[in-house]
Write a protein that binds this ligand. Structure first.
Ligand SMILES: [Zn+2]
Length: 394
């Protein structure tokens, strides 16, 4: 049975959960602007958890335009480190200038990933922590990337040029190419994109399908999504989904995704055109439904269908059903979620698929499937797409 690894994007508010639940995830991902903003926190977290990690170098820079970015101050700091802040004209990176100095930019982003944590570890000595240099070395290096808006467009060509420049710099490290694609590209034949990016010297792939929401997509798009990962996995190199949720766990079980990244309680998708700020609403992950719902909805569903209740220690502590939303402990919700996702990862594909069909039946019997269709319809969509992979299909 194939089992995808689970990595979490780090937020400065998740330190406690990540430190306490080290047995329930495989690694972490650090976005460069978080590393700049919370340097000591990040460095001490990495040395405390002793798990593999890698850095997402251009998470906030995926668009050339900075209009939609919150935390601009930190992004500009990163641009200085990457030696591209001078190419900022108004609020947009000048593509021509960037191209002229592409080598310098690629070099700086790779150096940053290799060295930023060990350089900052000096600050930790003040707290009596002396991390070993090996612990602060990222597991893989990502080629810097920009969102691709079409095949053979400027952004497409630029990403390929970046990868070509990164390959000779990888030395003994593993270099991953990032396929940051606008969602409409899934409707195209993936073989051209894949063959263009599967260059010799690339050791693996990271995928970001922009604004792809696994719960909201219809079966046709979900099928394209699965097919894309299936095609990419045929290259024979590891595939990381940079923004994936429970549906990606199913795909991972099929052997098409090797590692799934998301945030704790957020980040199952990412739309770079939305001005995202910190702060995520309290939500509860219902394991049998494989999705987060607002607390009031979780309370209604759990009351209507008692079989949906989770009996883990964190749920018993949070006591969702009998506690007012503002009194519910956010940390328990996060821990319950990390544990639930880990259990999904441990479950065989056919069992996961059977549970999915059983849950649909259960919800239908209790008369909630139609009533809460908007929040539950993904179950049927997922079943429809995954059915052909199940050994129990009719
Ligand atoms: Zn629980």
């Amino acid at each position: 049975m194939k089992t995808p690894e689970l990595y979490y994007r780090v937020l400065q508010t998740d330190g406690d959960v990540l430190k306490k639940l080290t047995n329930y995830y495989d690694g972490i991902v650090i976005e460069a602007h978080i590393l700049e903003h919370y340097t000591n926190f990040t460095t001490s977290l990495v040395s405390a958890i002793k798990k593999p990690f890698f850095i997402d170098p251009t998470h906030k820079l995926a668009l050339f335009n900075l209009e939609c970015i919150a935390e601009k101050e930190w992004v500009i700091k990163i641009m200085e480190v990457y030696k591209i802040s001078e190419y900022l004209q108004e609020k947009e990176i000048d593509l021509e200038l960037l191209r002229e100095h592409l080598n310098t930019f690629v070099k700086a982003t790779i150096k940053y990933q290799r060295a930023r944590l060990s350089e900052s570890s000096g600050g930790l000595k003040l707290f009596g922590i002396v991390p070993e240099s090996q612990e602060l070395k990222p597991q893989i290096i990502l080629a810097p990337y920009f969102l691709i808006d079409g095949i053979n467009t400027e952004s497409y060509k630029l990403n390929l040029e970046i990868i070509e420049k990164a390959i000779p710099l990888k030395d003994k490290d593993k270099l991953y190419a990032v396929l940051a694609l606008e969602g409409h590209l899934l409707s195209k034949d993936p073989s051209k994109i894949i063959s263009d990016f599967a260059k010799e010297g690339v050791d693996g792939f990271c995928v970001w399908i922009s604004d792809f929401r696994e719960y909201d997509e219809d079966p046709k798009m979900l099928k394209k999504y699965v097919e894309f990962f299936e095609e990419l996995s045929k290259v024979g190199k590891p595939v990381i989904n940079l923004y994936g949720g429970a549906f990606s766990v199913f795909i991972g079980k099929l052997g098409f995704i090797d590692c799934i990244v998301q945030g704790i309680g957020y980040g199952e998708y990412r739309n770079p055109f939305v001005h995202a700020t910190g702060g995520y609403p309290k939500r509860y992950y219902i394991p049998k439904i494989h999705r987060f719902v607002p607390i009031h909805l979780a309370q209604e569903l759990l009351a209507a269908v008692p079989e949906l209740k989770c009996e883990c220690d964190f749920c018993l502590e949070a006591n969702i059903l009998e506690t007012q939303e503002e009194m519910i402990n956010a940390s328990s919700l996060k821990k319950h979620y990390v544990l639930s996702r880990w259990r999904e990862k441990q479950t065989d594909f056919n069992d996961l698929y059977r549970n999915l069909t059983n849950t649909i039946q259960l919800l239908d019997e209790h008369g909630v499937l139609d009533k809460y269709w908007y929040h539950l319809r993904h179950l049927k969509n997922w079943c429809e797409v995954l059915e052909s992979f199940s050994s129990e299909r009719p």
